[in-house]
Structure formats: structure tokens, C-alpha cells
Write a protein of this length. Structure first.
Length: 459
């Protein structure tokens, strides 16, 4: 197995020099996205103006349509960076992700209705006749002309619901809310990264960037309006700041010039429901890492290197190898690698030798490490563009990969040092606040305050 491993080491290892080249290219894409509309990395202005004060207060509802779950929450902001949250979570089925978009929004509204009726009204947290502001966290790329509007550019993370791309999803959700006569006012459409940026700053004002490393991957940061040329005609005060949802998962999707894609990455792309899209995300996010490893294993099965004489059909199903297995394999504490024995025998009905298990663990490490180092490249591009390196900054990060994959954060930090040298230590990531719930509530509060003060009430 050692010879094979060497081959994969060469394919999946990113040298510091290569990382620096990626960062330089990435910076150009970020600039281009701010300059003109409809660029590969769209750099979406969110109409979230500046940082929260920390004093935002009140009750807010949030609906969070993520890559895996739907969550509905009541958030009570208590000021002084404090809050309370009550929530319910529902797992999305594969049909819901692929059926008609309006049906998906109906499910969101039905879930919100049952949360309000059965949970909030019952407990007295909401009263008859009361109407609450609602933030809708919709974590897919949407181009926004104002805060309660968003045209879905493309589905990501394996979603494919029909009649939604190119539509205003805020308007679609709004009409569903009216149909169910829910006592809410849709105040803002929010990306999870923007919510995370604002929620993290609410409790840790050192935060300047937020990232999600979960089923999908993306980042948001605060930009000076004067440095967003494509927004010039809106005549917004040049001294204002606005959060930008980068949608960096699309980096290098058109040119395929900068990212070190292997043949396994190309297969993942070509067999996905969105070939040619989200090139960066497909090398990093939790939706794809397990599949990359499965493709390597399948190649070795075909070459007669692995599982000779065993029935391997279960391994041959696309997406059968969950990214959570990579986490488990990397964290297996036993010399015999008992966890890995369990994964292969229980889920795939094959037996493994110790040498094979060591090989699988090493492979998981290569794929997980590459994902973290590429993530570092994205963070470094924003840091370098904004000039945050010397003063340093905190990066609020969330998502299953960041929270559960062993060593993911350390590998990002190592990557930042490889890119920037010792000064890379000035940039640290930390586990962020719940952006999709708390962040959405703070943004709803900030938006109400801004509009009440007559600042761009139409945006
Ligand atoms: C979406 C982003 C989102 C990210 C993390 C990506 O697939 O395009 O909007 O922020 O996933 O959830």
C-alpha cells in the first residue's frame, strides 16, 4: 500500500508556494466580483449596513433553510451581547430538495406554523394578535437588490428544486407566509455566512470575517461601500460599510486554472447535479469529501488492489461514503484501528487488513488536510485584500466540518502560517455563534432600526 499512498500524497498535497499562488488569484476574483455584477465569485452586497452595536433587543423569529436541516427559532436578544433561543429542527428529505420550490417553501411555512401554534403559543412566549419580525436564512447564492429580496442564482449542495432558480425566493416565501396567515413580517433574507458574521461580532467584536465549512462552504466580511464599484448608482453614503456574502464556493469554476483538481475531483464535478459549478466548494465541503475518498477506493478495487474476492457493491454507490466516516477514521484511537474495521464491515460488508486501514486513514488525512489548507487560502485572500494581517483578526467559523472534523481548525491555522509566515498567527479562527438563528435576529433588529431612522428605507 505504501507505493499507492505516495502517489496520492503527491496528488493531494498543497505546497506553501502553490497556496500563495492560489491566494493571489483568489484576491483578483474577489476584486472583480466587487467591480462588476455577474462575476464568477459574485461578491453579493447584503444590505446589512455595518456592525451591530451589541445593544439590539427584542423577540425575533428565524427560519433557517440549510443544506441538511430546516430549523425554526424564536430568538430573544437581551442586549449586551446576550440572547436566548428556542428552536425546532426538521431533517429535509431528498424529495423536498428536488421537488417544486414552492412546495419546499410551503414546508418551511408549515413548520413555522406548527412551531408557533404548538410551542410558542402553548408556552406563552407568543400571544394572540402579536406579530413578530422574521429573518429568513436561505443559504444559497442570491443576488439582492434590497435586504428583503433575493434572486436565486443557482442551487448548490445537491439541491435542485424546480421553478426556483432565477426567481425571487423572498417573494415566493412571502406569498407562502400569507397563504398560511402567519403572524410574521418577513424583514430580511440572509445568508448563513452573513448571519454568522453579525452574530459573532455581537459577542466578539474582534471578528472581521465569518466562514461556513459544512455541507457547503462560503465566507462573508464587512466591506467599505466606496470599495464596491458595482453599487455606485445606489448613491449610498461612501463612508458606510456593508457586509458582503462572497459566495466563494464558485472560485475558479469557469476557468479551472488555479485549483489543484485531481481526476477524482473532476469525476465528482461531472457526476454532480451541477457540473461546472462550485469548483472550490467541491474540494472542501462536507458534501463532497467522502465521495472523493470513495472514488479513490473504487479505483483501487478496479485495479485489483483492494478487497479481492469480496463483494464490494455497497462501496460502488455514489455518495455511500459519508464525510463523517473520514472524521471517525482520523480520530480512531486504537492501534488495530477498530473504528475503521467497524465502518467497513458494518456499512459496506467488507473485511480490511491493518495495512489497508492504515492506508484509508492516511488517505482521509490527505483529503481532509487539503480541504483545510484550501480553506486557509480563501481566508488569506480576504485578509490580504482588506489589509488585516498586521493588526490581526478573528474569523468566526461554523459548520459540521469545522466543528466535528478532528484537527480541521489547526490545519487552517498551519495553512495560514505557510501562506503568511509567522504573521499568519495573527489570524485565528474560532467556533462562531449561531449565525442562522441569532445572526438573523440581530440583522432583523438592525434593519428595523435603520429603516425607522430613515436610512435607505427602500433598501
Ligand atoms: C452556498 C452558500 C452558503 C454555503 C454554506 C454554499 O453552497 O452557496 O450560500 O453560505 O453553502 O452553507
Amino acid at each position: 500500500m505504501a507505493d499507492h499512498l505516495r502517489k496520492y500524497e503527491t496528488l493531494f498535497t498543497l505546497t506553501p508556494q502553490r497556496m500563495r499562488m492560489i491566494v493571489e488569484a483568489f484576491k483578483e476574483y474577489l476584486e472583480l466580483g466587487l467591480e462588476k455584477p455577474k462575476q464568477t465569485v459574485p461578491m453579493i452586497p447584503t444590505f446589512v449596513f455595518g456592525w451591530p452595536s451589541g445593544e439590539e433587543k427584542g423577540d425575533y423569529l428565524a427560519v433557517d433553510l440549510g443544506g441538511t436541516n430546516l430549523r425554526v427559532c424564536l430568538v430573544t436578544l437581551q442586549g449586551d451581547g446576550k440572547f436566548e433561543i428556542t428552536q425546532s429542527k426538521y431533517r429535509l428529505t431528498e424529495e423536498q430538495k428536488q421537488e417544486d420550490g414552492q412546495k419546499l417553501f410551503d414546508f418551511c411555512a408549515e413548520s413555522l406554523k406548527s412551531f408557533i401554534d404548538n410551542s410558542l403559543m402553548e408556552s406563552g412566549q407568543m400571544k394572540d394578535g402579536q406579530k413578530l419580525p422574521l429573518g429568513f436564512t436561505f443559504s444559497y447564492p442570491c443576488s439582492q437588490q434590497r435586504i428583503d429580496h433575493g434572486i436565486l442564482i443557482r442551487w448548490t449542495k445537491g439541491f435542485g428544486a424546480a421553478n426556483t432558480e432565477g426567481e425571487d425566493v423572498a417573494a415566493m416565501f412571502h406569498s407562502t407566509l400569507e397563504k398560511y396567515q402567519l403572524p410574521v413580517e418577513l424583514t430580511a433574507l440572509i445568508n448563513d455566512t452573513t448571519g454568522t458574521l453579525i452574530a459573532s461580532h455581537y459577542v466578539n467584536p474582534q471578528t472581521k470575517i465569518a466562514c461556513i465549512f459544512g455541507t457547503g462552504c462560503n465566507a462573508a466580511y464587512m466591506e467599505h461601500v466606496k470599495d464596491i464599484p458595482k453599487m455606485k448608482e445606489l448613491n449610498i453614503d461612501e463612508n458606510a460599510d456593508m457586509a458582503i456574502n462572497c459566495e466563494w464556493g464558485a472560485f475558479d469554476s469557469d476557468e479551472h486554472e488555479h485549483l489543484p483538481r485531481t481526476k477524482y475531483d473532476i469525476i465528482v464535478d461531472e457526476t454532480s447535479n451541477k457540473p461546472g459549478e462550485q469548483a472550490f466548494e467541491k474540494l472542501i465541503s462536507g458534501r463532497y469529501l467522502g465521495e472523493i475518498l470513495r472514488l479513490v477506493i473504487c479505483e483501487l478495487i478496479d485495479e485489483g488492489v483492494l478487497f479481492l474476492g469480496q463483494n464490494t457493491y455497497k462501496l460502488e454507490n455514489p455518495y455511500a461514503f459519508d464525510t463523517a466516516f473520514l472524521s471517525l477514521m482520523e480520530s480512531d484511537p486504537t492501534d488495530e484501528l477498530l473504528m475503521i474495521i467497524g465502518i467497513f464491515s458494518h456499512f459496506f460488508a467488507v473485511e480490511t487488513t491493518l495495512a489497508e486501514r492504515q492506508f484509508f486513514r492516511a488517505l482521509a488525512k490527505l483529503i481532509g488536510r487539503r480541504a483545510a489548507r484550501l480553506s486557509a487560502c480563501g481566508i488569506a485572500a480576504i485578509v490580504s485584500k482588506m489589509g488585516y494581517l498586521d493588526e490581526g483578526c478573528s474569523v468566526g467559523a461554523d459548520g459540521s466540518l469545522y466543528n466535528k472534523y478532528p484537527g480541521f481548525a489547526d490545519r487552517i491555522h498551519e495553512g495560514l502560517v505557510d501562506i503568511f509566515g509567522e504573521r499568519g498567527r495573527n489570524i485565528t479562527t474560532y467556533h462562531a455563534e449561531d449565525g442562522s438563528g441569532v445572526g438573523s435576529a440581530i440583522i432583523a433588529a438592525m434593519t428595523k432600526k435603520r429603516k425607522d431612522a430613515g436610512i435607505h428605507p427602500d433598501l
